[in-house]
Ligand binder design. Structure first.
Ligand code: S3P
Length: 175
């Protein structure tokens, strides 16, 4: 079947949809790239941003993807990969994602993203700018939406917040 990756803005539901897909495809390993980096470095994502900055974090995302895809190639195993909202800002990551996975963009409107990020704020360094949440989401989306669109093989609308339906759509589209 090949590996499946999920891209999209913070709060679009990548981890939730990834977990739903892994219920449908129990033989495939589910990897959340943020969790992988935290395990790899022994630091939390906010700690990495605070101590080493965004550029160092982007390099870690790239290194983690290189390891994941190399391991998949060696073992012949596929995985379900939930990426970070900004992974696509690195060109090498975009290339690896397209080459090694069938990539799905979980596309949500700014309204949905703001709603989700207000409901489940988490600890997200990229949103801690002092700007109001909506302006920051709009600002980041202005530079990222074309990267999501050009990296993905398929676009899945997640404005309904129905993550089970999104997972079923994804699995049936690759069967
Ligand atoms: C980021 C998104 C986060 C995490 C980091 C940076 C971004 O992941 O990788 O805080 O630049 O959009 P989620 O999209 O899972 O929140």
């Amino acid at each position: 079947m090949g590996s499946i990756s999920l891209i999209g803005f913070m709060g679009s539901g990548k981890s939730s949809v990834g977990k739903e897909i892994s219920k449908l495809l129990p033989g495939m390993e589910f990897i959340d790239l943020d969790d992988y980096i935290e395990a790899m470095t022994g630091m939390s994502i906010p700690e990495i941003f605070e101590k080493q900055g965004e550029a160092a974090f982007r390099a870690m995302e790239q290194e983690a993807l290189e390891i994941i895809f190399m391991t998949n190639e060696l073992t012949g195993e596929d995985c379900i990969l939930s990426l970070g909202g900004g992974t696509v800002t690195t060109e090498a990551c975009r290339r690896m994602i397209r080459r090694n996975t069938t990539c799905f963009y979980l596309k949500a409107s700014v309204d949905t993203l703001v709603h989700n990020l207000e409901t489940w704020p988490g600890d997200r360094p990229m949103l801690k700018t002092g700007k109001d949440l909506r302006s920051r989401v709009e600002e980041l989306m202005a530079s990222r939406s074309k990267l999501y669109e050009s990296t993905a093989h398929h676009v899945i609308d997640v404005d309904s917040n129905d993550y089970t339906a999104a997972a079923v759509d994804i699995v049936t589209s690759i069967d």
